[in-house]
Design a protein around this ligand. Structure first.
Ligand SMILES: Nc1ncnc2c1ncn2[C@@H]1O[C@H](COP(=O)(O)OP(=O)(O)OP(=O)(O)O)[C@@H](O)[C@H]1O
Ligand SMILES: [Mg+2]
Length: 257
């Protein structure tokens, strides 16, 4: 598949949740997004606009109310190993070692131990955790825990990585470090990535394309193609200008303009 083929196709997707009392809450309205194979897309939007809901629908953890969604031409209706999810709160199994956390999905799939070990070692090395295979999550820093989360998602060899504010719980320095690491991993694995964040700075640093959603119900407000050369320089005038444009847009959303 070449770099221009559509990987993820989201068409007219709407999601409503029932509310007590009989009315309903419209979380997402008529979302249309086409993501190319190998593309890095960041999604920004005010709190409660439906970002996590959208990611959960892509992951197959939540149903959509209407519209269509497909990955590499295949309808999405349930979870599958073609999609790997990385959560903000790490969501690791505390009683499992790093290796056994990374191998979890492979165990579920019934992959034999020898093969599991080969695959988990590959991704443990890729995320820079060599030497920590036998540690437990409580022996790791926040950044290291999130590396385990990324390795675990990659171990299933998904077509697409779904990341919901994965670096939100990290201090600023670790966060910047993890952004660079993620870009390296992205370039090495050529995965498609959908990355949700509250940080405009993070989105402009990482993404090929930034999609801004409106206040709930979430609709696509604007799409910014980020043409800045990589590695990106946060101090460059182009970076600063772009960050300001998107920050202003989000501020308008907050004020309901
Ligand atoms: N399972 C659910 N049942 C009912 N309502 C829900 C459910 N999940 C989400 N919602 C509602 O849908 C809306 C969107 O929620 P969602 O978590 O997707 O927002 P978000 O954009 O991820 O917000 P944040 O930036 O704060 O993480 C919210 O109003 C929320 O209350
Ligand atoms: Mg959320």
């Amino acid at each position: 598949m070449d770099g221009n083929e559509v990987s993820l196709s989201i068409e007219h997707v709407t999601k409503t949740f029932p509310r007590t009392g009989g009315d309903e809450l419209v979380a997402l309205e008529n979302i249309d997004i086409q993501v190319k194979d190998g593309e890095f897309v960041c999604i920004l939007g005010p709190s409660g606009c439906g970002k996590t809901t959208l990611l959960r629908i892509i992951a197959g953890l939540e149903s959509k109310t209407s519209g269509t969604m497909s990955l590499r031409g295949k309808d999405i209706s349930e979870p599958g190993s073609d999609r790997g999810m990385v959560f903000q709160e790490f969501a690791l199994f505390p009683w499992r070692t790093v290796r056994r956390n990374v191998e979890f999905g492979l165990e579920v799939k019934g992959v034999p131990p020898e093969e599991r070990k080969k695959v988990s070692q590959k991704y443990i090395d890729l995320v820079g955790l060599k030497g920590f295979e036998d540690s437990h999550p409580n022996q790791l820093s926040g950044g290291m825990k999130q590396r385990v989360g990324i390795a675990r998602a990659l171990a299933n060899e998904p077509a697409i990585l779904l990341m919901d504010e994965p670096f939100g719980a990290l201090d600023a320095q670790t966060r910047n470090q993890m952004q660079k690491e993620l870009l390296r991993i992205w370039q090495e694995t050529k995965k498609t990535i959908i990355f949700i964040t509250h940080s405009v700075d993070e989105a402009v640093f990482l993404a090929d394309r930034v999609i801004v959603l409106t206040t709930r119900p979430g609709k696509v407000k604007t799409i910014h193609q980020i043409e800045l050369p990589r590695p990106r320089d946060r101090a460059s005038q182009d970076f600063i200008n772009l960050r300001k444009t998107i920050l202003d847009e989000l501020e308008q959303q907050r004020q309901g303009v």
